[in-house]
Design a protein. Structure first.
Length: 84
């Protein structure tokens, strides 16, 4: 399927370049904030995993089940990914 041929004006091209540059700056800032949050996030995850092993998780309404240590996934070697 062919796309419709069109031309963008110089003003539109300049606006697009400016928008792309601004979005890249915003994205870098978000990534930097997420990287700075990593120690806290690791602590939160460890606390959560401990809590579900000692207190348990809700299975249905008021029924709770403790998660066995062998059910806990191992931490991946890759960097923690946050989807924006």
């Amino acid at each position: 399927m062919k796309s419709i041929a069109h031309k963008r004006s110089r003003e539109v091209e300049a606006w697009l370049r400016k928008e792309v540059a601004e979005q890249k700056v915003r994205y870098r800032k978000i990534v930097q904030e997420q990287d700075a949050l990593e120690p806290k996030r690791d602590k939160w995850i460890a606390e959560f995993l401990q809590r579900i092993q000692t207190r348990g998780v809700h299975v249905h309404f008021d029924q709770m089940r403790k998660v066995r240590p062998e059910e806990i996934p191992t931490k991946p070697k890759r960097k923690f990914r946050v989807v924006f």
